[in-house]
Design a protein around this ligand. Structure first.
Ligand SMILES: Cc1cc2nc3c(=O)[nH]c(=O)nc-3n(C[C@H](O)[C@H](O)[C@H](O)COP(=O)(O)O)c2cc1C
Length: 318
């Protein structure tokens, strides 16, 4: 009893708490609704979860400060739009305040006039079932009345950065065994499929590289910000979420952590690396370069150049 009481008394720093929660990888949704007056709202949310199969219930939580909440409270229905891997820009757009989020957004209307966004992985149309108070958030429970399952590869959110889904290395091992089982012809087929080979090569590359980067103590989001600022590809704040594949609030949180460590300063509305920041970015580039050199050790410079030219071409970068 006593120990529980003393645990309650520990003050939790909300920023560090949020950062620790970021270790739980989630998908990304945009919750949408429309009231009888035709006011449409939409909020990027990763607090979505399933609750019950029968009846079909889901939940998510919305910040009490969200200007969209009154419409979710008034509307009879809302829609859960599960974002696919290609919808980072939409996620960023619906996480911004004081803009018309529907301008230039393609959608249809579903149950209770809730907007249904195009090109999602899945959509759950819900009747508002219950709203419960949960600290500084409202927990909204919806009863699913209709859903569509497009099965597109989902957008993933982890440690404040967007990611995609790739098979785990152990599954790849299993795949190899299965490939052998189904005979040489199909194995040959699989092993000359560029999509399969690129995803497998990327996974192996990353499996060895990420631990080397994490040893520096930086989160993915902080390391990405340092690398992008260090490479000088972004020249204003608005370009950063696209270049780093992170929402603006995470860019800002990573920036404030780097700022506290004396690695960057904010000047003229943009971030600039300090001398210490430049050295750190240089160090991160060294880790990336030495890993790349290790991987290319057994190939000639000519082979490496051809490979890089082809990758640049596939990636659509000059
Ligand atoms: C990846 C991601 C996940 C988010 N998850 C939530 C969430 O679960 N609940 C929430 O209230 N806000 C969440 N937000 C922030 C809201 O999207 C943002 O505060 C909201 O759109 C503000 O606009 P509004 O005031 O127009 O409602 C998230 C933002 C991002 C980028």
């Amino acid at each position: 009893m006593n120990s529980l009481k003393s645990m309650d008394e520990i003050t939790i720093d909300p920023m560090r708490f949020r950062r620790a929660l970021g270790n739980f990888a989630t998908g990304v949704t945009i919750m949408t609704a429309q009231n009888d007056q035709g006011e449409k709202v939409g909020v990027t949310a990763n607090s979505f979860n399933s609750v019950s199969l029968d009846p079909a219930l889901i939940l998510w939580s919305i910040d009490k400060n969200s200007s969209s909440f009154p419409v979710f409270e008034q509307a009879s229905h809302f829609a859960v739009n599960i974002l696919s891997g290609s919808q980072i820009e939409l996620s960023n757009k619906f996480s911004r305040r004081n803009i018309d989020k529907y301008e230039g957004t393609s959608y249809q209307t579903g149950a209770g006039q809730a907007p249904i966004l195009d090109h999602c992985s899945a959509v759950f149309e819900c009747e508002r079932h219950q709203i419960i108070e949960g600290g500084d958030h409202w927990i909204i429970i919806g009863k699913v009345v209709r859903f569509r399952d497009e099965g597109r590869s989902p957008l993933v959110y982890h440690q404040g950065a967007y990611s995609g889904v790739i098979p785990h290395p152990l599954l790849q091992l299993k795949e190899t065994v299965e490939a052998e089982d189904i005979g040489e012809m199909h194995q040959g087929h699989l092993y000359s499929n560029v999509c399969y080979l690129m995803s497998r090569a990327f996974k192996f590359y990353q499996t060895d590289y990420i631990p080397k980067q994490l040893v520096t103590g930086f989160r993915t989001s902080e390391a990405r910000l340092l690398l992008v600022l260090g490479s000088g590809t972004a020249s204003n704040k608005a370009d950063l979420p696209r270049d780093i594949a992170m929402p603006m609030r995470e860019v800002e949180q990573a920036a404030s952590i780097l700022q506290k460590d004396g690695l960057l300063i904010e000047s003229d509305g943009f971030f600039k690396l300090t001398e210490k920041g430049k050295k750190t970015a240089h160090y991160l580039f060294d880790i990336a370069d030495s890993h790349q050199n290790e991987v290319f050790e057994k190939y000639s410079d000519e082979q490496k150049d051809i490979f890089i030219t082809m990758l640049r071409d596939f990636a659509g970068v000059a």
